[in-house]
Design a protein around this ligand. Sequence first.
Ligand SMILES: *Cc1c(COP(=O)(O)O)cnc(C)c1O
Length: 448
Amino acid sequence: MSISKALQEDSLDYAFDEQHIWHPYTSMTHPFPMIGIKSADGCELITEDGKRLVDGTSSWWSCVHGYNHPVLISAIEKQLHQLPHVMFGGITHEPAIELAKKLVKITCPELTKVFLADSGSIAVEVAMKMALQYWQGKNNPNKQKIATIKRGYHGDTFAAMSVCDPDNGMHTMFGTSVVKQVFAPSPTSAFDDSNVESDLANLRATFETHHHQLAAFIIEPIMQGAGGMYFYSPEYLKGVRVLCDEFNILLILDEIATGFGRLGKLFAYEFADIAPDLMCIGKALTGGYISLAATMCSDNVAQGISDSPAGVFMHGPTFMGNPLACAAANASLELIAKNDWQQQIPAIEMQMQQELKGIEKLDAVNDVRVLGAVAVIEIDRSLNAAQLQPLFTEQGVWIRVFGHVIYIMPPYSISSQQLTKLTTAMKSVAKFLNQSENQTESTFLSHG
Ligand SMILES: *Cc1c(COP(=O)(O)O)cnc(C)c1O
């Protein structure tokens, strides 16, 4: 066989991919350029043609321990041979019990009940459904709307979409099929700004007008992620808890992006020293190896649902509590419990701060912000991911821009050399954007 023939057979069928496979937030007729990934090693992705790319995204914020981790692999392997899946209706199993025990133990004492869901969006749907059923049980069936703040992101299913940012999200695309919820302005206070009076006054005004119909308030604690990577003050989150109590509104925290150490605390609500009534987790829950999410709630919420006319909580996906996913989560939580992240994240934070210093002086840069293992360069215009992708891969990194931001959320186990590669690439693309005037093509909001 000739060498060129062998290469051809080895290479991916990109043409088939283009013609037949949907990718996130892309067109089927104007496909986005794809990079074939063959394998991964630690914090690096290895392309079909053997190029190594340092992963600045942790595969959409999930793969926090890096790829091919022996502990995660062996946990999944062991479970695969024992019981890869079994229905969860009328049946239980050790991986699910172990996982729920761990989750109850590491979260605030108020969160005692665990619903295992298959993705983050579903965990959000579940939390919203729980809140609605709760108020039916409390003989307050008028409380059937959800409030949130602008610039949020909570997932792509219909209920989740309804609480995403109303302007940048997908509301206009799906018209009246997306339920109209109640939006307060997003907080203007930065993370270290404790002056949150006007932000809280805005929320109070929203609650005063709508509280009779509000079942719950949902918010991403401290970091608004896919809505633009904004960090806000823990004082605001504290005030949110107080206002929810005052107006009799359940508080749902969406910790899907922030949970498991990303911002430097195990959960972001710890910055504000509060407890939610319901909480969604996902993404890094399994260390990014397999899809799993969960909705946790308090005894009080569970009681309200039991008192509702249905008497049971009405949700039960086919792959609920999948044992393989639970085994991966248990292994990942064991790695988290070793607490390496408590040293790794402040070190990553400090290095990113130092290496991005000065880049805020560029005309095209609106803001540079770093918190925990998240670094953001906000550009003064919408960015075109397809156009910028080659600029990153040429430099041996995997970074995906969206909206106005160039950001990284690397695995916690990244080496300082690998991290320097990421920040260097971020800066060089910011400089490129500073020089070029024609990068105005817009992309709509997505964590793509
Ligand atoms: C990613 C994300 C979701 C959706 O999770 P999926 O697993 O993609 O459905 C929801 N909320 C937040 C805050 C997220 O970052």
